[in-house]
Design a protein around this ligand. Structure first.
Ligand SMILES: C[S@@+](CC[C@H](N)C(=O)[O-])C[C@H]1O[C@@H](n2cnc3c(N)ncnc32)[C@H](O)[C@@H]1O
Length: 284
């Protein structure tokens, strides 16, 4: 199963293609800022603005006055967009982990370009078997990843294990809506074979059973529908080929269909978008 998911995201020459597209777009690779990459490295609904708004809901360092000591895990980090953004905006140390090795190569390359290597690092691996000691992180971010995870209770158990007591899990996830079926392809799956959407109440029950306490929840489905409508309109107008700074660079030729299908799926209430912040108790 994991190899199918890896194949869905991995593409040949990804890092070289990104490099070519950045140069073609007139970017100087030695003076890149995280924001120069937002058009290609934010692989979730709402882009960078949604991550910034969500993360502002968090008191980043409940116990430590210095956020530089705050350790964040970006679980399923893609090409490291949120990892670089969090490090820059909130000053903490970030580890990004992803199944797709070509995404990790691209994440390392881009992080060298933004000169954030001392603050941000990456590891290839699975959230089902996190390669970290227990009680390592103050915060775990999981953004548009659980749709690919069949065994959600195992992922949730791993998040709980690697969080320090008092640590927070931040979810920004797509869940199953009331009306099925989902129209494919979508960014996380070309077909239903690797898509494991669950209604929010089932996922919430799994999180609570593990011992997480929810401190924040917001249903963002309405805004998501409008956001994807704009993406669809933009991709109707512009080319999204592999040499252009846009989703086609990361997702290939199917990217043009994503905006259309995501908009339809949200509009039909086949999928929903949720944000949640959950806490591991100090006594855990
Ligand atoms: C839609 S992308 C989102 C990437 C990133 N979180 C973002 O928002 O920019 C989903 C990511 O989850 C990763 N992923 C899927 N299953 C995973 C697993 N079991 N362990 C780690 N990463 C996984 C994929 O490789 C992909 O990079």
């Amino acid at each position: 199963m994991e190899s199918q998911i890896k194949n869905h995201y991995n593409s040949d020459h990804l890092t070289a293609n990104i490099k070519t597209a950045l140069i073609k777009a007139g970017k100087n690779l030695s003076t890149l800022e995280p924001k120069d990459l937002y058009r290609i490295d934010q692989l979730h609904t709402g882009g960078a603005n949604s991550s910034i708004a969500l993360l502002k809901n968090i008191n980043f360092s409940p116990d430590t006055p210095d956020t530089n000591d705050t350790q964040v895990l970006d679980a399923g980090c893609g090409i490291g967009g949120s990892s670089r953004l969090i490090a820059q905006q909130f000053g903490c140390k970030v580890t990004g982990l992803d199944l797709a090795d070509k995404f990790i190569n691209a994440a390392n390359f881009l992080t060298t370009c933004t000169k954030q290597e001392t603050q941000v690092s990456f590891k290839q691996g699975s959230i089902l078997d996190l390669p970290f000691e227990k009680n390592t992180f103050d915060l775990v971010l999981c953004q548009h990843v659980l749709m690919n995870i069949k065994d959600k209770s195992r992922a949730v158990k791993e998040f709980f294990r690697v969080l320090k007591p008092g640590g927070k899990l931040v979810l920004h996830e797509i869940t199953k809506g009331e009306n099925q079926p989902v129209i494919f392809p979508v960014p996380w799956a070309a077909s239903s074979a690797i898509s494991f959407l669950e209604p929010w109440d089932i996922l919430a029950a799994t999180l609570e059973k593990q011992g997480f306490k929810m401190s924040y929840f917001s249903d963002k489905t309405h805004g998501a529908c409008s956001w994807w409508e704009k993406v669809k309109a933009a991709s109707d107008k512009k080319s999204t080929g592999v040499n252009v700074l846009g989703p086609g660079l990361i997702f290939g030729s199917n990217a043009t269909l994503f905006g259309k299908n995501m908009h339809t799926n949200f509009k039909n209430n086949s999928i929903c978008l949720v944000e949640a912040i959950l806490k591991k108790s100090y006594n855990a």
